[in-house]
Each structure stands twice: as structure tokens, then as C-alpha cells.
Design a protein around this ligand. Structure first.
Ligand code: OXD
Ligand code: MN
Length: 590
């Protein structure tokens, strides 16, 4: 077994010993210690191309860009293969798959036995969060996938920066990833919160294999947050700057593939002159009560692993600029001369496309050219509207938290919680129609509390209690809102134009935070009247349409409350009584 050491070698005995142990189990041909340098990147890219893992795009059109086709059964997160392994089932709770750690370790070690033979084991030291931030965390991922390494280099801070933040010999997350042959019966994404460890086998898909993202930053992160008094959330982070230069920081949680990336990169409409939005993060926020009595947030990531279908100069110009260079495209359609295409891209599809599986694509067929969960992996530093605060070790103080889901009916465009506890209740009842980001039936409504159902590493009821406890520790809590940007009319047409126009909702939200905008009381929370929103330059949403968008239909809410009740029943033993009380108050108000 040969070893390649990069320019930075760890001296930590715990790391060296662990890597040695994993190598003797998995038996790779080579161990490659990653250092995160540019030289290493060129080498890895050439190796990935040589091995057929990546294909270069036309470098004139797409400098530094490559595409990757995954195994056709490995295109999304695999929730049914995802496990939280705690001593007691109750710790993982009824919404997670559970197996006791000993049993799972045994099964995984059997699978990992010799799994890297003929392959390279890459050691990827990475930092989640800005350097020198007490909020950041170190992870080390051992993987036999060069695609994973190249993605991790975009999504996290890889190399010496991670070792420099390692203040305790064992203060790092241990992640092992092995691709195997992508067969479903040997696919397991397992979390061991007690050991701060992750083992993922049988999938190369981002959400299952880039262990810093969903596995560490959310599932393990949520458990660390519970123990240490902070929140690991599935939230975008953005900065809104008003025409007078005042800045506001907003965190928003929407379930997967409900437009978080578009929302985080929103460009306000021309008519709302002087307002600007800059992006801090598009997927994950770590939020800590600060000594100033406010909630401070960082984005632990450095890149965007975004859904590509639907991304265009129209829907998200900043994302289009961001992916112009140094981007990895996964499961998109390609042309013979190295151009890429996906459904919803500007213009008409080019001739002679190969679909995401490499087959000639017939534009008349029902089949999609790109996979609906095709992705781009792009550096946040290529985002023309990246917020200056993104590397700030202290994070940013949050003014507003917005929850949202994709619902054709029932849920109004926007409403505001009466207070923190009511806001936690609203977050706990988030629901959405399923999308292609997770394996399963798309279109079906499922409850997705705080957009964290697939990502909370412990019992949901205790998680709500943790939110309530955090609320008690912040003197000036953010205001909490809920949005539904996907409400439809009776003919199935979207009522709200979305994208840039979402700035109108944000402006109302900011106005509420400043106590400068009006709202009326409704059974479900504070709601805007038509005149409370700024309609400059937008005639499409008439007062009648706005009424439809904001309608609170008691019949629909009756069904909604029944469906909320089903989730509450499921987690009843740990459900905070405050939330049951909130539900009763809502029923009484309705
Ligand atoms: C994602 C997801 O990829 O939520 O961010 O699935
Ligand atoms: Mn996500």
C-alpha cells in the first residue's frame, strides 16, 4: 500500500491511528492525504477524467467545468437507507430509522472489509464554518470516491485550515465513505452521534456521500447543538440591505428542492430600487445565542450543491453567473461538443443532446433530458452577490426566520407568528409536497417540521423542546414567519409569480422587524393586507388574486389540523406541552 502525503501532514496521533485502522480494514492500493491546494486540484481532476468519473466540458464555454453521470439508481438522498444509531431507539425517535450502534458497526465493518481494494483511500480534512470561528467544526472524511473529494473541495474548506482548528486530539468528526457497487441492498448512511462518527456506503450522491453536508452539518450537528446549546438548521442565510444602507439578516427553512438556492440569490425587482440582497448560505445555518441577546448564524459550507433544472438567467441570474466556471455538473444533458443543458435553461434545447444517462435524447419524448434532481456544485466565491459577512467568525445576527413549504392549497402566501413559542409551533407544522431531492413519491404532502424531518439526528419532540429552550436564552429573538410561494388557483396555475417578486414579501418581513409595516390579526398569525405590501411595478397580482393567496379556508384548515395531529401523535411522548397548547389555541381561534 503506497502513501501520498500532500503539503500538510497531520501530527495528531488520533488521526494517524484511525486512518491506519480504516486502511487495514478496507485495504486500498494507496492512501492519498489531501491538502486542498490548487496543485492537488489539477492532479485530481486529471485522475478523475482519466478514470472516466468526470468528463471535461467545452473549456472555452465552460472553463474549469466538468460533468459527471451517476449510477442511475443513485440520484437522490436515500432516506430509507439512512440510520441514526443510538443506544436507545427513543433517542433517535420515531421519525428516524434506528439500529443499535454495535450491530450496525458490525454490519458495516463486514461490508467495508476489503471494499477499497484496487482503489485509493483519500483522506479529506475539512472545516465546516469560517476559520478562527468558535462556531466551526472539523471533520475528516475517508473516501474512495474521487468525485466526492472534488465536491468536498468546493463545499468545505479542505486542508491545513482544518488541522489548524483542531484543538483537541479527538475533536473531529470521523467519516468513512465507500462507494461499493451502488447496489441498494448494501446502501447505508449511518450516524453514530455518541462517537461523532459517520459511515456511508453504497452511494456517491451528494447528500449521502459529502459527509460534511447533511450528515455532519445537520444530523450530527443537531445532536451537538442540543448538547452545546445551539441550533443546526436546514436554512438559507441572506442579507437584505435597504436603500438607506440598513442591513437585515434573514434565515429561511424550506424543504429540499423548494427554492432555497433561488431565494438566497434573489435579485429584487427593478421597481424596488435601492434594495439589495447578498447571499450568506443556501442550505445550512448554525445558529448560536450570542452575548448580545441575539441569535447569531454562520454558514458552515463554502459552496452550493444546487438543483439545476429550472435554473436560468430568468429564474436565478446570480446562480447562472456562479456556475460559469469551476463547476461540477451532475446528471445533466450534454451535447457532443461539450455544452450542457437541462430543463428550464434559457433557450431551446440544442440538437443531438445526450440525456443524463448518456443516451441520445428525443425532444418529442416524455423523458427528461436532465435528471429532475440533477445538480451543480459551485463555489460560493463565484457568486457575484456573495455577502461580505460570509467569512465572519462571529456570524451574523438574525432578524427574521422564515419557514416555508410547497403547498398548492390551504397555506397563505405569508403570515407572522405571534411570538417565539407560536413560531416554534408554526415551524413544527411545516409541510410540503415531495420533490425529486429524496427518493420517494413526488407530489405527496408530507409533514416536514422546520424542513428538518430527514435531517434531525434525534427525537423530533426533544428537538422542538430545544427550540423552546433556545428562545428562553435570547432576549431579542428573531421574528418568525411562514411563506407558501406555491399556492395554486382552481385551474392549477401558480398564484404568486415568485423569484424576484419574493422581495415584496421580504420587504414586508423587514418592515415587521422594524415595527414599521402594518398587519392584521388572523387565527393563524399576523397577516398583511393588500396595501401592506409594496406593489410598485407589479400589476399581475390584483387585490382579488391577493385575497386568493391569503385565503384562510376553515374547511381546508380542518384537514390541515388533522394532518398536523398525525405527526404530533407520532411523537407524542416527547412533544412539548406548549405545542399542544398552541394547537388548541389555533383550533379555538379558527
Ligand atoms: C439538498 C437537500 O441537497 O436538501 O440540499 O436534499
Ligand atoms: Mn438541503
Amino acid at each position: 500500500m503506497s502513501t501520498h502525503f500532500g503539503s500538510t501532514q497531520p501530527t495528531h496521533a488520533a488521526i494517524l491511528e484511525w486512518v491506519k485502522k480504516v486502511a487495514s480494514l478496507t485495504k486500498p492500493d494507496m492512501i492519498f492525504w489531501c491538502d486542498g491546494t490548487e496543485g492537488e486540484k489539477s492532479y485530481l481532476l486529471s485522475q478523475a477524467v482519466q478514470g472516466g468519473v468526470l468528463h471535461p466540458l467545452n473549456q472555452k464555454k465552460w472553463p474549469g467545468c466538468y460533468y459527471h453521470r451517476s449510477h442511475p439508481n443513485d440520484v437522490a438522498r436515500a432516506e430509507q437507507h439512512t440510520f441514526i444509531c443510538t443506544e436507545n431507539k427513543e433517542e433517535a425517535g420515531p421519525t428516524n430509522n434506528w439500529t443499535e450502534p454495535k450491530k450496525m458497526y458490525q454490519k458495516l465493518y463486514e461490508i467495508l472489509q476489503g471494499s477499497m481494494q484496487g482503489r485509493t483511500l483519500f483522506v479529506v480534512p475539512y472545516l465546516m464554518g469560517p476559520p478562527q470561528s468558535t462556531l466551526s467544526k472539523v471533520g475528516i472524511e475517508l473516501t474512495d470516491s474521487i468525485y466526492v473529494v472534488l465536491n468536498m473541495r468546493i463545499m468545505t474548506r479542505v486542508g491545513a485550515v482544518a488541522y489548524q482548528q483542531l484543538f483537541h486530539e479527538n475533536g473531529f468528526n470521523r467519516g468513512i465513505h465507500s462507494l461499493l457497487d451502488c447496489s441498494l441492498d448494501r446502501r447505508f448512511i449511518c450516524h453514530f452521534p455518541t462517537d461523532n462518527a459517520i459511515i456511508s456506503v453504497g452511494s456517491g450522491y451528494g447528500g449521502n456521500a459529502l459527509l460534511g453536508k447533511k450528515c455532519l452539518a445537520l444530523r450530527i450537528g443537531s445532536v451537538l447543538g442540543k448538547k452545546q446549546g445551539w441550533l443546526a438548521e436546514h436554512m438559507l442565510l441572506l442579507c437584505v440591505e435597504s436603500p438607506s444602507g440598513e442591513k437585515f439578516y434573514v434565515a429561511a427553512a424550506f424543504p429540499s428542492a423548494c427554492g432555497k438556492t433561488n431565494f438566497a440569490m434573489m435579485i429584487p425587482p427593478k421597481a424596488l430600487q435601492g434594495w439589495t440582497i447578498t447571499t450568506i448560505g443556501d442550505d445550512i445555518a448554525w445558529m448560536h445565542p450570542g452575548s448580545d441577546g441575539r441569535l447569531h448564524a454562520i454558514n458552515p459550507e463554502t459552496g452550493y450543491f444546487g438543483v439545476i433544472p429550472g435554473t436560468s438567467r430568468q429564474s436565478n441570474p446570480n446562480a447562472m453567473r456562479c456556475i460559469e466556471k469551476d463547476t461540477l455538473f451532475t446528471n445533466v444533458a450534454v451535447t457532443l461538443d461539450g455544452d450542457v443543458w437541462w430543463e428550464g435553461k434559457d433557450g431551446t434545447p440544442p440538437d443531438n443532446l445526450l440525456d443524463w444517462q448518456g443516451n441520445p435524447w428525443d425532444p418529442k419524448s416524455e423523458k427528461k433530458a436532465a435528471h429532475p434532481n440533477g445538480r451543480f456544485t459551485a463555489s460560493m466565491y463565484n457568486n457575484p452577490m456573495l455577502a461580505g459577512e460570509v467569512d465572519n467568525p462571529q456570524g451574523v445576527p438574525i432578524d427574521a426566520i422564515i419557514f416555508g413549504g410547497r403547498r398548492a392549497t390551504t397555506i397563505p402566501l405569508v403570515f407572522e407568528a405571534f411570538n417565539w413559542i407560536h413560531g416554534v409551533y408554526i415551524g413544527s407544522t411545516v409541510s410540503s409536497e415531495m420533490t425529486a431531492a429524496a427518493f420517494g413519491e413526488t407530489g405527496q404532502v408530507r409533514r416536514d417540521p422546520m424542513a428538518m424531518l430527514p435531517f434531525c439526528g434525534y427525537n423530533m419532540g426533544s428537538y422542538f423542546q430545544h427550540w423552546l429552550n433556545i428562545g428562553r436564552r435570547i432576549a431579542t429573538p428573531p421574528r418568525i414567519f411562514h411563506v407558501n410561494l406555491f399556492r395554486k388557483d382552481n385551474d392549477g396555475n401558480y398564484l404568486w409569480p415568485g423569484y424576484s417578486e419574493n422581495m415584496r414579501i421580504l420587504k414586508w418581513v423587514i418592515g415587521r422587524c422594524k415595527n414599521s409595516t402594518g398587519a392584521s390579526e388572523s387565527p393563524i398569525g399576523w397577516i398583511p393586507s393588500y396595501q401592506d405590501l409594496d406593489w410598485a411595478g407589479l400589476s399581475e397580482v390584483t387585490p382579488e388574486k391577493f385575497d386568493q393567496l391569503m385565503k384562510i379556508d376553515p374547511e381546508e384548515w380542518f384537514h390541515e389540523l388533522t394532518s398536523q395531529g398525525e405527526l404530533f401523535m407520532k411523537i407524542y411522548p416527547t412533544l412539548p406541552k406548549e405545542l399542544i397548547y398552541q394547537r388548541e389555541l389555533l383550533i379555538a381561534r379558527l
